[in-house]
Design a binder for this molecule. Sequence first.
Ligand code: ADP
Ligand code: MG
Length: 567
Amino acid sequence: MQTSADLKNLLARIDRRGYPAYKDTRGAYQFPGYVLSIDHVQGDPFAAPSKLSIHVSGKTAGFPRALYETRCRRLALQDELTRQFGRRAAQFSFQAKGSGQSGLISVSRCGPEVLERTACRLDPERGDVLLRLEVGFPANGRTINARELEKILFDFLPRCVQETLCCSGLDGRRLRAVAQLADDQQYIRQKLPELGLCAFVADGSILPRESGVSSRPMKGAVPFRAPRELAVTLDLPNRGKITGMGIPRGITLIVGGGYHGKSTLLKALELGVYDHVAGDGREYVITDRTAVKIRAEDGRSIRRTDISMFINGLPNGKDTVSFETEDASGSTSQAANVAESLEAGTSLLLIDEDTSATNFMIRDELMQRVISRDMEPITPFLERVRELYDRWGVSTVLVAGSSGAYFHAADRVIQMDRYEPRDVTALAKREAAAFPLHAEGLEPAAAPSFDRRPRASRKFGDGGRIKLKSLGRDGVSIDRETIDLRHVEQLVDGEQTAALGECMVYAQRSLLDGKRDLRQVVDELEAVLDRRGLEGLCQERSGVPFLARPRRQEIFACFNRYRGLEL
Ligand code: ADP
Ligand code: MG
């Protein structure tokens, strides 16, 4: 392997030459204490920055095995190192000067969720640390300014490595706290099914955010406090006793006046499928990992989805067992979202009336008298919610501030009252009894059919280059076709979306054979992710992109919105 001295000589040689001479720096160099690898070099100072990786051996990094021996601790430590390195590197970004992106130093920007990312990897056996970053190689115009790059590679980065990728540079107490929080979160998650719960919200949690565009906790917010009837106390391995609201499996209604904090609670539950970092306020808001937010999504495409559980006998005679549309209505999109979530293996649906199609959710009695059942293609969710739980074990948490129709079906009714939850089940049930439902005999739904076997599109077959473009968190474009993921609300990071793009291309190239059904395809994708990591999706290109692991549910969501998929 070449040494850092070789790199220094090379930089002296190419200084002030044309930008393409930077290409010669590709390669791996032994620095004192780590290996710097230049994996991809940008074509000019205005192009996407160059890709570098830093490899610190386990012996040098020196993290105690206890900090990374379990998967959950490893992910938490990787996340912590990414944040620490990122914070330090940001102080050096653009300290080296030049045109365009010259001097940029960047790593993944982490939100409050702890995600598995390509940004940082800890080898579980040896404790080796790998950190990926991007650097804008400095130039004046298109003339190489190698002295500025020398500053970055020989001054800034060694300090970042020393201070944030080696245990000796970091605060040991803080690292232990990160590992302990991860354990406690995992403990709660594993305890949920045992306790018959689908979610837990600890007392003292801060649920609201500073603003609609911020993920920071709101200052001066009313801390969460469980009502006595739903209070559950857990004994966490590190933190010890913690009390909070346990949401039992079954059907739970969240009611209350406008602006009393209903949607805020539901949002916290949606994001409770991920672990949150210390200080977020939602560290101990833990939801069933498979939970899916269901909403109306007018305009989405639906591909051969069985929505017959909710929709039958459309006036245009369209098949609803294998329903197709390029432009779904509110109710058909919401029906498809439920059916597809069952296919993805969810056991908890989260629904907010604010983002639902009313005719999908309810049909009131007066309307039923005027428009008889055989004139109405929609069987509202209300009439299936009990069946979903009794027959398929799928619970529902539903925010319903304006309709009491769900009181009959609910197992629990929680009122948000000035941001404090109260258990009003008894009252709601008493009032509901005074308004008996006029039950029309309803046939139970047939088990939905999930028989969809995608085939690879020809253009992926010939090994040609497929253009993959990330559109931030909101979507991804594959060979100029956009997959719109704006309404897939539990996607939290553009790197997850980018990973979904890679998943689609990988599946097109190696998994879609018209024989595997969609569930088998996703099983195989997840097996690749488990075995080889996110890196396993994208071997052929130089420089692994920044990716974060999406859940199974979001992989399905992406396939389901992929209009070009051949089914
Ligand atoms: P709802 O869905 O019941 O109409 P929201 O959940 O949208 O109400 O909350 C209304 C407003 O109250 C939001 O601006 C939200 O940030 C704020 N809010 C929510 N929870 C709290 C809380 N615990 N303390 C202070 N403000 C809160
Ligand atoms: Mg609301």
